[in-house]
Design a protein around this ligand. Structure first.
Ligand code: SF4
Ligand code: SF4
Length: 448
């Protein structure tokens, strides 16, 4: 039986248990089979095959200035913090060869992965370190109780159902940094405060109009109400009958923490809510890249069956939906130039870049007459969900933003930032940059 190294409060100990994956890795069932050089570790089943897709080409160690891969390697300049370096140590762990020192290094390197999915898109063999990281955390939780901070992050969607309690909690942590420090939070900047809940009233007097579902996940609903309101206006202006699904979460934050029971429960509840809309043939439109795109990716690793596949097939980002309608020649959206329009600098969320959604953003921006825009060539902003709020990742998070994004914004103070990720907008604003807007807000502003 292969050894699995266990970590307890910074110490290593070796158990004699083979690793039993917590996620569904069956998509990798045939990966590397028949390849004498695949170097598949002895334990870990299909998870081991997912780790072994790294062929050690070392492309991820090259100094790439554009694209996404790999922000944590770029700020550390240490091979252990590259996708390939992480994979090398994971293989040693799964083969039971890892030393206590290497295990501690791997542990730190996995925590320092911002889950940007840059490797999944840009690595030669599409190594999916972000998902591997979740499996790693889930394995660690078999021998370690979750930290209070992990539980709080994982249950944020439920906590947001009690906005007053949530606001009081945020105010408390922001007023008493020593309390936040105790919890392992980054005290360099305040936690974001939930905003006033939007009053969204979709028009219901258009029975003949094509129908869509606008899914406002908990984070969009509580932290980006302006984007939610704008998306509703734009979709209605384009002639759609919009149904709303508010506050349900797909399990993104629990998944990132490796708390898979919570993630499954949340994803399952969301699928149940989405089902009648799918039966009615409605496309599911989301505004927040990391939560919407989870439906097409991570949710499929939770073992939720065929219904999850149906949801994945119907889920589109707002920009993907508008771009699809343009391509199909169906979009009827009257937009006009504005005298006061500022030049737009576009920062893509890493998950948008990972699925190629920036092409759709470009297509939609071209709809706006006379709009000047430029895409910023930058890697991850370092915001990445809870990453920037974790004390141990605070310095990396800032360094990632300072690589290219913040300097480019500082060069053009007259420009406005367009960023569809809530974490990206928050990160930029916290670091002294401009307040960003969502693409839906920009379109709503230009409605004729
Ligand atoms: S992670 Fe991908 S790019 Fe890096 S060494 Fe492995 S195969 Fe090459
Ligand atoms: S997910 Fe991003 S940060 Fe993590 S290893 Fe891949 S490229 Fe690096």
């Amino acid at each position: 039986m292969t050894n699995l190294v266990r970590m307890r409060a910074g110490q290593c100990c070796v158990s004699d248990k083979a690793i039993e994956p917590e996620l569904d890795w069956s998509g990798y069932e045939n990966a590397g089979l028949g390849d004498a050089y695949a170097d598949i570790p002895k334990s870990g089943g299909d998870f081991a095959k997912a780790v072994a897709v790294c062929i050690n080409s070392m492309v991820c160690l090259r100094p790439i200035e554009k694209g996404v891969m790999c922000p944590s390697f770029r700020v550390h300049r240490d091979a252990a913090y590259s996708p390939g370096g992480r994979s090398r140590l994971l293989k040693r762990m799964l083969n039971g060869e890892i030393t206590a020192e290497e295990q501690a290094e791997l542990d730190r390197a996995m925590e320092a992965c911002v889950s940007c999915k840059g490797c999944k898109r840009e690595c030669d063999t599409n190594l999916d370190l972000a998902t591997i990281r979740t499996e790693y955390f889930a394995q660690r939780l078999k021998t370690q109780a979750p930290r209070l901070r992990q539980r709080l992050f994982a249950r944020l969607p439920q906590l947001l159902h009690y906005p007053l309690v949530m606001k009081a909690g945020v105010a408390l942590f922001n007023a008493f940094p020593q309390l936040a420090r105790q919890l392992g939070l980054n005290t360099e900047h305040p936690l974001p405060m939930p905003q006033r809940l939007p009053r969204l009233r979709p028009l219901d007097n258009r029975p003949e109009a094509p129908e869509v579902l606008l899914w406002l996940d908990s984070f969009t609903y509580h932290f980006s109400p302006a984007a939610a309101d704008a998306a509703l206006k734009v979709l209605e202006a384009a002639g759609f009958r919009v149904h709303l699904l508010k506050e349900h979460c797909g399990g993104r934050s629990a998944y990132s923490q490796g708390l898979l029971r919570d993630a499954k429960k949340q994803a399952q509840a969301l699928i149940n809510e989405l089902e009648p809309h799918l039966k009615a043939g409605r496309t599911v439109i989301g505004l927040e890249p990391s939560t919407l795109l989870m439906l097409r990716d991570e949710v499929l690793t939770l073992g939720l069956g065929e219904r999850a596949l149906d949801v994945a097939a119907s889920a589109l980002l707002f920009e993907e939906f508008i771009a699809r309608e343009i391509s199909a020649g169906r979009l009827k959206l009257a937009l006009q130039a504005r005298q006061d329009a500022k030049p737009i600098l576009v920062h893509g969320h890493c998950h948008q870049k990972a699925v190629g959604a920036m092409k759709s953003v470009r297509k939609v921006l071209k709809l706006i007459p006379e709009l000047e825009f430029e895409f910023i060539e930058a890697s991850c902003c370092g915001g990445g969900g809870s990453f920037s709020f974790e004390a141990e990742n605070a310095a990396d998070s800032r360094a990632m933003a300072e690589l290219a994004l913040m300097p480019r914004l500082a060069e053009s103070p007259e420009s406005e930032l367009l960023a569809n990720g809530f974490s990206c907008r928050e990160q930029v604003a916290r670091l002294g940059g401009p307040d960003g807007i969502h693409l839906a807000e920009l379109l709503a502003r230009h409605l004729a």
